[in-house]
Write a protein that binds this ligand. Sequence first.
Ligand SMILES: O=C(O)[C@H](CS(=O)(=O)O)OP(=O)(O)O
Length: 240
Amino acid sequence: MKIHTLHYIEGAKQAKGIAVIIDVFRAFTMACYMSDQDAKRIIPVGDLAHAHRLKAKYPQSVLIGERGGTILPGFDYGNSPAQIKGVSFAEKTVIHTTSAGTQGLVHAGQADEVLTGSFVNAGAIVSYIQQKAPAEVSLVCMGWGGQQEADEDTLCAAFLRDRLLGKETRFAEISAYLQTESKTESFLRLANDPSAPPEDFHYCMQLDAFPFVLKANWHPENEHLQLERIPVEQQVSTSG
Ligand SMILES: O=C(O)[C@H](CS(=O)(=O)O)OP(=O)(O)O
């Protein structure tokens, strides 16, 4: 298995084989929580105008997303797992648009399969890829705004790569580094913004909280992507 590590929207465009589009803070952590909170359908969207067109088409849908980390005007929630704590999305369609993560999904058209990447379902991602045994895997770090390095995404890519290669990983060290030393721009710099609470950090660092992958499928008849939740029997432990 050849493992490529790529970056930003350009990297998403080049991704081949099974592509894992990584956005730890916070898009794909958020997607896992939304799925766990029973979202009937999650539609990841790049373009804001497209999100508004979909809202007009599905008036009962929930709009979730941000630009620059802050909730978008008229949206129901920001990109914050803490903000949706206790919310049930049962029977709801969620339209999700973010600065980096969802941009990567919509641009990964060359890949055979496209998965979301985060620490909260890292073990499931690794097991899914091991079970499929593809010739190529592309780990795409979406970074800050899809154009600038973000430590959490680069470290998550290295973590997934090490696990796929059967190497030791040190999640506790990664988490401590991100909490205390990392200078990367992230939602954490937005003080007093209710759509970017510091508690989101802890939601994003719940390693292996979810035993499923989220696969982005193109729905040509509806002209949008949709996340499919696939349960995964885990063969490896990603702890430690
Ligand atoms: O809302 C977030 O945490 C980020 C903001 S940005 O991309 O880093 O500007 O969005 P995301 O798409 O989840 O990375």
